[in-house]
Design a protein around this ligand. Sequence first.
Ligand SMILES: Cc1cc2nc3c(=O)[nH]c(=O)nc-3n(C[C@H](O)[C@H](O)[C@H](O)COP(=O)(O)OP(=O)(O)OC[C@H]3O[C@@H](n4cnc5c(N)ncnc54)[C@H](O)[C@@H]3O)c2cc1C
Length: 541
Amino acid sequence: MIEVPVLIAGGGPVGLSASILLSRLGIKSHLVERHPSTAFHPKARNINMRTMEIFRQCGVEDAVRAAGLPIERTGFLIWAESLAGREIERRVEQRSHADGPELSASRHCLCAQDDLEPVLRKHAEALAPSDLAFATEMIHFEQDATGVTATLRRENRETQVRAQYLIAADGARSPVRRALGIAMRGIPEIYRSVNVLFNADLTPWVKDRPSAIYLIQQGDLRATFMTINGVNRWGFLINLPVDASFEPYTPARCAEVVRAAVGEPNLKVDILGIDPWIAAAVVAERYRVNRVFLAGDAAHHMPPTGGFGLNTGVQDAHNLAWKLAAVLQGWAAPSLLDTYDAERRPYGETVTEQSLESARSMGRVKSVGGAPPPSNARARKEFHNELGMIFGANYASSAVIPDGTALPVVANPVTDYAPSARPGSRAPHLWLERGGRRVAALDVVDKAFVLLAGNRGASWCDAARKAAETLRVPLTAYTVGAGAELGDADNRWASAYGVQADGAVLLRPDGHVAWRSSGGAPDDATSVIARVLASIVSRST
Ligand SMILES: Cc1cc2nc3c(=O)[nH]c(=O)nc-3n(C[C@H](O)[C@H](O)[C@H](O)COP(=O)(O)OP(=O)(O)OC[C@H]3O[C@@H](n4cnc5c(N)ncnc54)[C@H](O)[C@@H]3O)c2cc1C
């Protein structure tokens, strides 16, 4: 029997990310994926800035970017009657626009899922050689008070694994979720779609207007060209009502639809794969049952409008990994794990709801409410402009100590992001200097808590180091500003983080703010920080 701290069921982007995140935190895991290889279809392509920040923390950002396309080759959204026909509308994607305010050290990236997954797999295998088992299915599991016992099948041979925790990253149909009897809340069928992967040279129609997607509206046809390499490899979605049959969509029929959508009847089209699927907007009613955690599509299945499924799933894994590491390494109490559901489920619900709203606004949700959508519907302004949502996971749980401030008010929480270091928020982006090198504020967050104090806040740093040592909680502490351990390159630290020169902010290993004091350290600062840390990791001092 294999014995391992964490078993991961599913080797999609979320399972692979969980493996990487746990490995870098020093936690051994065993990942099983029933398919022999990574994804064939290029489903997800938009990797948003928050996810790229996580990939940056994992040391895989550059490899993901190299496997994808630069922003300059994907910056538009185009609606047209056909690629060769009348262009109806052209928009600039604000969320990936180079001229916008710098909100992150990591830019948005377009990298198709079938290109992304091999990059993640290679990285995961480098960190944990022999701990990823493809062509291996988890066929049964049960849990007891101390762990999970699972049966794996590979080529008709069965083996058993004993793990302390199980991450179910087993996709929208999640056998684990079903076995646990966790219900999904929401709308299980919104529309149908035929996902086609094809080769054809579309350069003549796209080279002068590089776009992330080309949305076709032609009579009754609603379809989308999804840019992969922007030249001859394309994803293509044929949008259908929820009661349509997939049966007519043979390779020959799909090639015909592609030609109609291009507007070139003689185009040579090689159909490489066809994947019919049903769009849903559902979220699990709970993300955890004792020692089993749902992550990714297993926890939330949303329409791909805006491209949030994979992103939200990788961010789930990021939230969960440091908490599992903390409990397994003995510096947090098991109840810290309750905060995974408390923090990630509300965000999963918001993102699912907003993805549905975008789908509705595009007139491609043909069954909801009965009435047919307007034939000229495009998309609401939020579509592909969701900066507020991308950075908007603001957590409220026992792993965050509120400081009595409110979140900044924005006109539109989906599009508008007002950086804030209010506890619960992702730490705002800021350029700092360390050893003469420019680093992002999030770059100093690696595997431990990080206390950042102003250049007159050294006593907060001393107190934090002492408290962390006593509690055996991993923590690093730095002063920030002129003459401090970290230079404040743009003189923005105090305003960006809402503190004075003697104030301090505590960041969690996932880069979210855990606690903040706008002003100076009291005499009993060590006790203050000890109470803060103990509370965050669910321990008593
Ligand atoms: C057309 C389309 C476009 C999309 N575009 C975007 C986008 O731009 N951005 C974005 O963020 N998201 C997008 N998405 C969504 C994205 O594809 C999913 O959210 C993502 O694949 C979810 O990853 P996952 O790892 O949770 O699940 P999956 O990718 O479904 O992986 C789950 C894996 O678990 C395996 N598995 C299941 N059961 C077992 C078992 N018992 N034992 C072993 N293995 C098992 C499966 O074989 C599978 O490989 C899009 C989706 C579609 C359909």
